[in-house]
Design a protein around this ligand. Structure first.
Ligand SMILES: C[S@@+](CC[C@H](N)C(=O)[O-])C[C@H]1O[C@@H](n2cnc3c(N)ncnc32)[C@H](O)[C@@H]1O
Length: 220
């Protein structure tokens, strides 16, 4: 059945607000997005780095939102539940989700252990220094000045809100993003855009893998 332009507009608006601007039968879902034509403008900056032919590849889009990056994506689940999939994927998209999590390293550890078969395409908002520090393996207990260096890997904790969003919990600087990826057992193979990293599941996670806390009783 064909719907009129006005009917499609009405249905799109009823499902809003939209974070992804997509054109559905000629009608834009988020024409006034605060980041412009998003995520098309982001996608264009790194799309060339993705193989043109993905025939036969499996793809998992974690936190897919409206599904711009993976319009055919059928599965929606919390990143903390990826173990339940019991499957690894050739390509895992983990974009724009890390800073929305209260437990960001746990999420990376779980992705590494359970679903990252080969490539992970990762994106995070980043704030603070974009410099990369020379780091040593270890520091003396009385080394204090280290922590005042802006390029030291920092994960900024947002107790209340950032950009009006109460789900923005942790915002890394560049050095922190890269260190967390390495620490979770990912090798950074490409950095095609300021916030985007192509990583391979490689090497052992520094922690030996994710933790699985025991469930206690909830007292509601
Ligand atoms: C900024 S949007 C990014 C959407 C899309 N991945 C992109 O890059 O355009 C953040 C997304 O993270 C999702 N999200 C938040 N917590 C999550 C969790 N625990 N597991 C999976 N997705 C989560 C939200 O539902 C939302 O779709």
């Amino acid at each position: 059945m064909l719907h009129s332009h006005a009917e499609i507009r009405r249905r799109i608006d009823a499902l809003g607000p939209w974070f992804h601007n997509m054109e559905l039968a000629g009608v834009e879902t988020a024409p006034n997005h605060f980041l412009g034509n998003y995520p098309l403008i982001k996608w264009r900056k790194f799309a060339e780095a993705i193989p043109a032919d993905l025939t036969g590849k499996t793809v998992l889009d974690i936190g897919c939102n409206a599904g711009f990056y993976s319009i055919e994506m059928k599965r929606r689940l919390s990143v903390y539940d990826v173990g339940a999939l019991r499957e690894t994927f050739d390509i895992v998209l983990f974009m724009g989700v890390l800073y929305h999590l209260r437990h960001p390293l746990l999420a990376l550890d779980l992705i590494r252990e359970h679903v990252a078969g080969d490539l992970m395409i990762f994106q995070s908002m980043q704030r603070g220094s974009t410099d990369l520090p020379e780091m040593e393996e270890n520091y003396h207990f009385w080394t204090h000045d280290l922590f005042d260096r802006p390029e030291f890997p920092k994960l900024h904790f947002i107790e209340h809100r950032y950009a009006d969003d109460p789900t923005n919990w942790w915002i890394p600087n560049r050095a922190c993003t890269e260190a967390m990826l390495r620490s979770a057992g990912f090798e950074i193979v490409l950095h095609p855009e300021q916030e985007v990293y192509f990583c391979r599941a490689a090497g052992d996670p520094a922690s030996g893998g994710p933790v699985y806390p025991s469930k206690g009783q909830r007292h509601d």
